[in-house]
Design a protein around this ligand. Structure first.
Ligand code: GRF
Length: 215
């Protein structure tokens, strides 16, 4: 069974979705550790309650990104992960860190990339007046929120939607697609080859999740 390490910064609801999928027998992985850059991340408590080893490495104690990323990588590598899962990990990572985990570093981002990389995605989607919004699971590359796309979920932007309502509807989709992508990786059906996503042939139709309202 593959080892995964999950990185969080806060609430950790995506992490919870991964734990729940594992507990339900839908995610054949060993969650070796949950690591946060914030000592007060709520998700650390949740992980500890689930019996998972937790660590924090407070980024504020480091002079710069390189030093923090080196300490983080050292902590992660104690668990020999096959895959590192960024689940609401709110740090920009250095190129060296990203290269070290090439092909085994996944992120979830609350927009349909390449639209709206970075922060405040729901507010920006509303400002732009897009009709479709969503989330993306992707392999991480050195360019922020730009790596090869694994799976996307789409929802409609409805009249009267607010940042909060969009965030809530998209989060529900995040909790479906992230365990799905990690499961594919765990089952050796997903990999990164020459910078491109390689998926088992029978999965290609499953890489888009369309909310019922759009069908
Ligand atoms: C999610 O919307 C994720 O896409 C983004 O940050 C949020 C984290 O939420 N990167 P949680 O900590 O998983 O609840």
């Amino acid at each position: 069974m593959k080892n995964i390490v999950i990185l969080i910064s806060g609430r950790g609801s995506n992490m919870e979705a991964l734990i729940a999928a594992r507990d339900a027998g839908n995610l054949p992985v060993n969650i070796a550790a949950v690591i946060s850059n914030r000592p007060d991340a709520k998700g650390l408590e949740t992980a500890a309650k689930a019996g998972i080893v937790t660590h924090y490495i407070d980024h504020k104690g480091f002079a710069g990104r390189e030093a923090f990323d080196a300490a983080l990588a050292e902590c992660i590598d104690m668990f020999s992960p096959d895959l590192v899962v960024l689940a609401g990990f709110m740090r920009i990572l250095t190129e060296g860190f990203v290269r070290h985990y090439e092909g085994r570093l996944l992120n979830i981002h609350p927009s349909l990339l390449p639209s709206f990389p970075g922060l405040h995605t729901h507010q920006r989607a509303l400002e732009e007046g897009v009709r479709i919004h969503g989330c993306t699971v992707h392999f991480v590359t050195a360019e922020l929120d730009h790596g090869p796309v694994v799976i996307q979920a789409a929802i409609p932007v409805l009249d009267g939607d607010t940042e909060e309502s969009l965030a809530a509807r998209i989060l529900r989709q995040e909790h479906k697609v992230y365990p799905q992508a990690v499961r594919w990786f765990a089952e050796d059906k997903l990999s990164l080859v020459d910078g491109k996503v390689r998926l088992a042939a029978d999965l290609r139709d499953d890489t888009v999740l369309i909310a019922p309202e759009l069908r």
